[in-house]
Design a protein around this ligand. Sequence first.
Ligand code: CTP
Length: 434
Amino acid sequence: QRMRDGFPPPLLALIRQIGAEAARHGHIVYFVGGLVRDLLLGQQIFDVDLVVEGDAIQLGQTLSRQYGGEVRTHSRFGTVKWLLPADIWQKVAPAQPTEEPLPTSIDLVTARTEFYESPTALPRVERSSIKQDLHRRDFTINTLAVQLDPQNWGRLLDFFGGKADLEAGIIRVLHSLSFVDDPTRILRAARFEARLGFHLEPRTEALIADALPLLKRITGGRVRHELDMIFHEAQPELALKRLQSLGALQAIDEALRCDAWLADSLARLRSVNLAAWDLPDTDDTRLELSWALFLYRRPRPVVQRVARQLLMPRRFVEVLSQRDELHAVLPRLSDSLAPGEIADLLAPFPPKLLLLGWLVTPQEQPRAILRRYVREWRHVRPALRGDDLQRLGIPPGPIYRTIFHALRTARLNGEISTRAEEEALARTFRPAAE
Ligand code: CTP
């Protein structure tokens, strides 16, 4: 029933056929991990990955021959992405059209086991049974599998007590070296706790305390990736606060904190309409802004240190490079200034930083001014162009800049509004006749 509720009918039909096709060739296909967890929690499923006990690449090639669609294989990892042909749903489920979005590809992964040859190193990977594959995973709630072959369709495999932990709301590791094998799991634990409203089992929490120093031993990029994942959550501040109480933020860098200020700022960011700030409303922009808020109140050398350690893309911190200059200007923004003066004050700053300034400023007046500048005043331009000035008998030169600035300021201040008025103002800059 959960599977019928969790997937659009054509997708479920395709999965059934994959399970049957696999069985004919001696492979068994499973749903595993996060997908089963979310299925049992009644949450929406976005990506369909299948684990294959057998050979995922061979199965991918068989499916592609049978149904069409390209396959992209990674033989080193035993994985294959099958790009579904556009007409597949017609073939698979002709009687079950659906309005719901259907995937354009399916990932097939060979069941594998991993050996950690030294703490925190990346593991060596080998083909294995489904049980071994599940045993290498982070938390019991992510170790459930559902069998998809026709004989055992929908059978839940629960080797490690995952179902009971899911029902009780518990995040529990499978063995005591889990965080030593992979310290990024510390961040995952807090993320799942916050997202699902679950709790760390006490022994798991104690293991985290022991493993904290390892967060400095792994490459910064992996830590940053996990923090990115947290920023993509609905309420990142919950996981960040938890990481702070576990001592994990401080273990990444002693200057990292999550306090009420950050929680409020992140919450405010969520409800912002980015388009109104001339910014693309993408996950990437939101991520960049979240990082900027996270580091906003840290002195420049600390921002640089964290950015270096976590291998952050330069653009993530670049936006903070003019923060001090902006904060020198913010207290001066008041209604007693003319719009032209405000435009001059704010011109050096990109919209992204202006939005950050707006998010972190409590006073209503400067906030209203920032908003109006970005939405309205920033876009005001004179109607006249260079050739218009030439036509008016003004020889090209540095004076053009001065004239355009004067025209814009006069427009902003409401002193002029038509082209004719601009021409009249421009003429006052004409060199005196000899
Ligand atoms: N996994 C792990 N250790 C990690 C990362 C992942 O054991 N450091 C395992 C987990 O069991 C997880 C699976 O690999 O279920 C897939 O990882 P991922 O896609 O990151 O996890 P999901 O559980 O699907 O999480 P999300 O819902 O956030 O995508």
